[in-house]
Design a protein around this ligand. Structure first.
Ligand code: API
Length: 275
């Protein structure tokens, strides 16, 4: 049976969003991977499903899948996109979504253009324990025992941030994702601090490769920079696809503000893809 999907993006980090709140689809990882394929499927950096929330007050349970079929506990850019969809559906500008990483509240700012919104998501508390990331063994998450001494934390998904002068170092991303220090693999960020309130960031995403933007990676990079005393708690993060504003508030929650854009809608028959 053909199903409806939204194709959306946040700063070029792109998503297929499927609403299965009324009819659970139970797509297998192989099928998600096939649908996410850019040549043989619809193509996306993350495949996103909305199902019935189990937490009171949440509008949907939102799950994020990488093109390799693995599941991520958090995705900042997709959270903004889903919030804008649910806001259009309900008329609410403040809303809550449930993710594997926890409950997230979002504020959808009044749209200036059709199909494009600016959204702030409270991405919650960064978790800096070595078991939170997780790491394979106890180590200081402020300076991991790896060449370049990245800092690591969880935003609901694992991130390591390297502070570099030259973004060409990002070519180390693929090998670092698989480093034995990260039993669940990790998203690997390379941040160049350009001013106390500005950084340039590239992220090699676990299960997805380089993307034009990584919201949770931007949150992690700003928190890690502040923890290391390298920059302010509020920064503009420039990624390949544009800019996000990240603020690590006094209550330690991380607020992420950026765009959410609808590209197109369509229908697809999942049965036509390998199981
Ligand atoms: N693009 C996403 C992150 C996806 C993370 C995923 N690659 C993982 O395995 O954790 C973001 O905007 O936060």
């Amino acid at each position: 049976m053909p199903i409806h999907f939204h194709k959306m993006h946040g700063l070029g980090n792109d998503f297929v969003v499927i609403d299965e709140r009324n009819a659970p689809l139970r797509l297998s990882p192989a099928r998600i991977s096939a649908l996410a394929d850019r040549r043989r499927g619809i193509g996306c950096d993350q495949f996103v499903t909305l199902s019935q929330a189990t937490a009171p007050g949440a509008l949907a349970l939102v799950r994020f899948f990488n093109p390799d079929g693995s599941e991520a506990g958090a995705c900042g850019n997709a959270s903004r996109c889903v919030a804008s969809l649910l806001s259009a559906e309900t008329g609410q500008s403040d809303l809550t979504i449930q993710t594997r990483g926890g409950l997230l509240t979002a504020c959808v700012h009044p749209a200036k253009e059709e199909g494009r919104a600016t959204v702030t998501v409270d991405m919650g508390l960064p978790r800096t324990g070595w078991q939170d990331v997780p790491l394979a063994y106890a180590a200081d998450t402020l300076r991991l025992p790896l060449d370049g001494e990245p800092a690591a934390l969880s935003m609901g998904n694992p991130h390591a941030t390297f502070f570099v002068q030259d973004l060409a170092e990002a070519e180390r991303g693929p090998a670092l994702e698989m480093d034995p220090l990260f039993p669940d693999r990790a998203n690997i960020g390379f941040a160049r601090i350009d001013a106390s309130d500005r950084m340039r960031l590239r992220v090699w995403e676990r299960g997805a490769g380089f993307t034009l933007a990584c919201g949770s990676g931007a949150c992690a990079a700003v928190v890690n920079a502040a923890r290391r005393g390298l920059a302010d708690r509020r920064m503009t993060v420039e990624v390949d696809g544009g800019e996000m504003l990240i603020a690590w508030d006094d209550n330690d929650h991380v607020q992420m503000t950026g765009p959410a854009q609808l590209a197109f809608e369509g229908t697809v028959d999942p049965e036509a893809y390998p199981k």
